[in-house]
Write a protein that binds this ligand. Structure first.
Ligand SMILES: Nc1nc2c(ncn2[C@@H]2O[C@H](COP(=O)(O)OP(=O)(O)OP(=O)(O)O)[C@@H](O)[C@H]2O)c(=O)[nH]1
Ligand SMILES: [Mg+2]
Length: 148
């Protein structure tokens, strides 16, 4: 399976997603630093939101084969700058989280990811209901963007 690095704003659901993909049910807490956990590279949301941390993300991405840009489906605005994905020397796909919530707007979230440069590959998931997780897992196990 691809070694993935998860990026996205604070509270987007990166750690929850990493735990769900690893079928790990421990409680999720705020990510304080870049961590290699559950077979993925998890990053604090601040690293994607504060430009002086960008270089740390760029360097860490070299340890991954795929970058997953995570967007909360209930978030009303883009929180990442346009073409943010372009800084990574790795393929970048998008994952929209929290699609179980009533305020979720999938197409708005997809547009935010596309604006940030995530490309056309976008998955819609909920770590609460499990929706979309198998499709994402299958994609990652097939080698994802590395074989496209
Ligand atoms: N309803 C719902 N809540 C979710 C989902 N994914 C995550 N959450 C909740 O969103 C909150 C933030 O989730 P985290 O996984 O900690 O978010 P994060 O992106 O790792 O945040 P940072 O570590 O601060 O960067 C938590 O309260 C989660 O329970 C989801 O698919 N559905
Ligand atoms: Mg986290």
């Amino acid at each position: 399976m691809n070694k993935v690095m998860l990026i996205g704003p604070v509270g987007a659901g990166k750690t929850s997603l990493a735990a769900a993909l690893a079928k790990n049910s421990r409680p999720v807490t705020k990510t304080q630093d870049i961590s290699f956990a559950d077979g993925a590279i998890d990053t604090p949301g601040e690293y994607a939101q504060i430009p002086r941390f960008y270089s740390a993300l760029m360097v860490t991405a070299m340890s991954a084969s795929l970058v997953i840009m995570v967007q909360d489906a209930t978030e009303g605005k883009s929180t990442l700058p346009p073409a943010f994905a372009g800084m990574f020397a790795r393929p970048v796909i998008g994952v929209v989280t929290k699609v179980d919530l009533p305020a979720a707007d999938r197409e708005r979230a997809r547009a935010c990811l596309e604006q940030a440069g995530a490309g056309k590959t976008v998955f819609f998931v909920s770590t609460v209901t499990g929706e979309g997780l198998n499709e994402l897992m299958d994609y990652l196990q097939r080698g994802g963007a590395c074989h496209e």
